[in-house]
Design a protein around this ligand. Structure first.
Ligand code: TYD
Ligand code: MG
Length: 451
């Protein structure tokens, strides 16, 4: 009887060795090797063309095949995919458990007017039906398959010839060509490779849902990310309803795009104007609140920054921040202390970005600084003012990129003043109706706001 050969695979990069190793020579991660049984001998993967089928062609002779993109109704998904889903592309959708990956894909399957095959290895037909009814079914040509065997999925797909294929999730698939358990590196790699071949040969755009590991990377080998054409990440704070769909990699478009959704009782709703929901319009003026115009990818929107400064009850003052880098907050506090003479050394400082949004745009620096000063002095910032500038280590106000887009967003939402930096190349304030105040120092900003 022949014995199955096994080898050790690194679970993070897919490196293969015959013996167990503590540290992976491929990606330097520790304790990542797991023994897996290697592919059965003599087996051939389904859907592999024989080597003689493909011939080199002169680039000019390649005929463009009509419409290369399928434009979806979901405008956010179109946006992150670069204007629509490219035929024959393989798209990986990653995200934390429970964030809404299955919902997003099921919504695609039941709302778009394409023939869709939705394969689920995680939920039963009944569960899918219940969820679909909750979201509202409008596509009469959506087929559901609950199956985890790769070969059988590919057989059904080639019979049905869908226009879009969705797999929920790549980690549940198993190929009978590979003996190791579903979700292991060799299984994930084999399944993805077969689906890639299927997508390229049949020109069917294929979406794969991928799980995420504890440290936030997509579970399975890194090669998975290299194989696919597009990697989308679905993220958000589960305590809030907003979800961001981000492009991490895209062979057919920019990676600067984001889509914004709101999780409602009846599925995911597209958020067309994020600023309106991220900023609370209260009539009463409160101290410690400022508005910043920020960019996420290429998309401008307004966010609300809330700060609370109080005398430290204990010896060491506390600094805590949600949605904003704590180190950057400490730096801004040091700048205020040293360069501008505000005594914050014995104060607790808490900072929060409303709506559970995380920002790493330096353009919110000035708004953070002003929220802290406003709370410290207990003076509300007058309504109708927004900020968009970076703060440097010497307390200087520095320019930020795409200022025109930021100002346009502020203007669109009916604000009457924006505070930005001086020295912005090619910037003409006379293009805007809104009052634009250009400052070089924090003191100037304080004067412009509170006097
Ligand atoms: P799900 O798509 O199952 O997440 P994932 O596939 O990423 O693990 O999302 C599940 C969450 O979304 C679940 O906790 C319930 C919530 N949800 C709603 O709030 N409204 C809805 O209409 C649906 C379908 C789900
Ligand atoms: Mg799911």
């Amino acid at each position: 009887m022949s014995k199955n050969k096994s080898a050790f695979f690194c679970q993070s990069c897919g490196h293969e060795t015959p013996k167990w190793l503590g540290k992976c020579p491929g990606c330097s991660s520790w304790n990542s090797f797991v023994e897996e049984i290697k592919q059965k001998k003599g087996s051939i993967a389904p859907f592999s063309k024989s080597a003689t089928d493909a011939k080199p062609i002169v680039l000019q002779d390649i005929k463009e095949q009509g419409k290369q993109k399928r434009v979806l109704q979901d405008t956010e998904l179109n946006r992150v995919l670069g204007g629509g889903v490219v035929l024959g592309s393989l798209i990986l959708v990653g995200g934390d458990p429970g964030i809404g990956k299955s919902t997003l894909m099921l919504q695609l399957a039941i709302k778009e007017n394409f023939k869709v095959l939705y394969v689920s290895g995680e939920e039963s037909e009944n569960q899918i039906k219940m969820r679909a009814e909750r979201i509202g079914i409008s596509n009469e040509n959506c087929h559901i398959l609950t199956e985890t065997n790769l070969e059988s999925i590919l057989t059904h797909a080639s019979q049905l010839q869908p226009e879009i294929l969705v797999i929920d999730s790549i980690q549940t698939l198993h190929s009978s060509q590979v003996e190791s358990a579903a979700g292991s590196v060799s299984q994930v790699r084999e399944s993805a490779a077969c689906l890639l071949r299927y997508a390229k040969e049949s020109h069917v755009p294929t979406f794969l849902i991928g799980h995420i590991t504890k440290d936030g990377s997509i579970a399975g080998p890194k090669v998975l990310e290299h194989m696919v054409d597009t990697v989308l990440q679905f993220e958000g704070d589960r305590n809030y309803v907003y979800r961001l769909l981000r492009t991490i990699k895209n062979r057919f478009g920019s990676t600067n795009e984001i889509g914004i959704y709101e999780m409602s009782g009846t599925g995911l709703r597209i958020v067309e104007n994020p600023s309106e929901i991220l900023v609370t319009n209260t009539d009463s003026e409160l101290s410690g609140i400022s508005i910043s115009s920020t960019l996420e990818g290429l998309r401008p929107f307004l966010i609300e920054i809330q700060a609370l400064v109080s005398s430290a009850a204990y010896g060491t003052p506390q600094r805590s921040s949600t949605g904003f880098d704590a180190k950057r907050l400490n730096m801004l506090l040091a700048v205020l202390e040293k360069r501008c003479g505000f005594k914050l050394g014995a104060k607790d400082v808490f900072l929060n970005i409303a709506g559970g949004i995380k920002v790493d745009d330096p353009g919110v620096d000035l708004a953070v600084t002003m929220a802290v000063l406003s709370s410290n002095a207990n003076l509300p910032i007058p309504p109708g003012i927004a900020f968009s500038a970076e703060v440097g280590l010497s307390g200087e106000i520095r320019p930020v990129n795409r200022i025109d887009q930021r100002i346009a967003e502020v203007e669109k939402l009916g604000y009457n003043k924006i505070i930005i930096s001086e020295n912005i190349k090619g910037f003409d304030p006379s293009n805007y109706k809104i009052d634009i105040v250009q400052c070089t120092k924090i003191d100037q900003v304080v004067k412009a706001v509170f006097s």
